[in-house]
Design a protein around this ligand. Structure first.
Ligand code: UDP
Ligand code: MG
Length: 139
């Protein structure tokens, strides 16, 4: 299992607010190389599958509504220790708990609408990247 890749989404709120450029700048300035990237929109079925691990949680319906309401930027990122370093860069799930200077501290509105996704393990990074991209779209 490789340890130098993670998967991210700039969620619909980031796209709506015009934060794509600022967030990508922060990501690349932090040493991540963009391996794959696209503007796309998840269907309800896509979001239910992507977040299936949360399907018993009380926020699941709202999460699916939010993640499908507009386009996202999906990307695969490369850096040593990518998963952990990217989780550090984005900050805690709840922006109220996120460290100063993190992407969620800067751009997230709430625990639900929290600007960005970051994979939580090397295994999930591979699964999530393959969910959104074919091998021919990875560089
Ligand atoms: N979420 C939510 N309410 C919660 C916890 C999570 O709406 O109480 C949403 C939020 O958008 C979060 C996503 O569900 O990013 C996935 O939750 P997870 O616990 O995996 O957080 P993450 O890994 O994104 O930090
Ligand atoms: Mg998670």
């Amino acid at each position: 299992m490789r340890t130098d890749r993670t998967f991210t989404m700039l969620k619909p709120d980031s796209v709506e607010k015009g934060h794509i450029g600022a967030i990508l700048e922060k990501i690349t300035a932090s040493g991540f190389r963009i391996v794959a990237m696209k503007l796309t929109q998840m269907t309800t079925a896509d979001a239910q599958e992507f977040y299936a691990i949360h399907n018993e949680r009380p926020f699941f319906g709202e999460l699916v509504e939010y993640m499908t309401r507009g386009p996202i930027v999906a990307a695969i990122l490369e850096k040593n220790n990518a998963v952990e370093d990217f989780r550090t860069l984005i900050g805690a799930t709840n922006p109220a708990d996120a460290a100063e200077g993190t992407i969620r501290k800067l751009y997230a509105a709430s625990i639900g609408e929290n600007a960005v996704h970051g994979s939580d393990s090397d295994e999930n990074a591979a699964i999530e990247g393959a969910f959104h991209f074919s091998g021919r779209e990875m560089f």
